[in-house]
Design a protein around this ligand. Structure first.
Ligand code: SAM
Length: 282
């Protein structure tokens, strides 16, 4: 029988995001057949590998050391070894180690093969009830409020569903920020996907904020999804402010800019103008 894996090839193997049964048959075969498995955390992955009887040697590729270790792995691949990469959960390289290693393999002409499977972004989106044919994945928002706000300003005008990863400790605060910047859109918080306490909370951003804030502590892992801008929807003040800031920085005249923005934002032009004047005087 021909081997399932080829020499000098990196396999990106998706692993369960909670439910251990979500490892594909092909993933198991590939993990058994490669020369070595690079793990985000070897101790964490041992549980999964042992439960499937995978005895392949492992090496570690933690996020903080990916830059330093990627080159060595590319050398091993070039010398003929086959490697698999797994992260702690889900698809490698999606907000997880792998992006850099893959880029270096591509640059070195090393073959990269995906072995697809679970990923929280796709699982959450598919069951969210929000439009799923077009989405914009933000990964984790930047840590500082100002950087997070700037990133949201950038995507506020998109009609695609927005999807982001968030820590349970920050999700309440993030829902508030999303409401502030994007307006009170429909949204979904997908919590503990594929696990015992899986939960989908659906509603407006303000109602989701209220529900989760009332819990005191949010447990488990979460994905936040927000409906894209509806065509012709009225812009929030934060969106108009962001567009004014960008236009003024380009040197446009406030009067002209206000007239143009008013049409797109669904605002009276004198209100946009007034906001621009108040920004200039701050
Ligand atoms: N590479 C992974 C993937 O493909 O889904 C994502 C890794 S990222 C470091 C971890 C984040 O993914 C969590 O903070 C959470 O936002 C999301 N996540 C992972 N597993 C989840 C689950 N079972 N339920 C909800 N969100 C999950």
């Amino acid at each position: 029988m021909p081997s399932l894996v080829e020499p000098s090839t990196l396999y990106l193997v998706a692993t369960p995001i909670g439910n251990l049964a979500d490892l594909t048959a092909r993933a198991i075969e590939v993990l058994k057949a490669v020369d070595c498995i690079a793990c985000e955390d070897t101790r964490h992955s041992r549980v999964l590998l042992e439960s499937y009887g995978v005895g392949t040697p492992t090496t570690s590729l933690p996020a903080f050391a990916e830059g330093a270790r990627a080159e060595g792995l590319v050398e091993r691949l070039k010398s003929g070894q086959s490697l698999a990469l797994i992260s702690d959960a889900g698809s490698p390289a999606i907000s997880d180690p792998g992006e850099r290693l893959v880029a270096e393999c591509v640059a070195a002409g090393v073959r990269v093969v995906p072995v697809p499977g679970p990923s929280a972004v796709v699982a959450a989106l598919s069951a969210s009830g929000l439009p799923a044919s077009r989405f914009h994945f933000l990964g984790f928002l930047p840590r500082t409020q100002s950087e997070a706000r700037a990133m949201l300003d950038e995507v506020a005008g998109l009609s695609a569903t927005l999807v982001l990863y968030e820590s349970p400790r920050r999700v309440v605060e993030t829902l508030l920020l999303l409401h502030e910047v994007l307006g009170d859109r429909l949204a979904c918080v997908a919590r503990e996907l594929t696990k015992l306490h899986e939960e989908f909370l659906r509603g407006s951003l303000s109602s989701l904020h209220q529900t989760l804030a009332a819990r005191g502590e949010v447990l488990g892992e979460v994905v936040v999804l927000v409906q894209g801008r509806a065509p012709g929807a009225r812009w929030s003040e934060a969106e108009v402010t962001a567009a004014l800031t960008a236009g003024l920085a380009r040197g446009e005249r406030l009067k002209t800019l206000s007239n143009e923005l008013a049409k797109a934002a669904g605002w009276p032009s004198q209100d946009v103008y007034r906001l621009g004047v108040s920004m200039k005087s701050r």
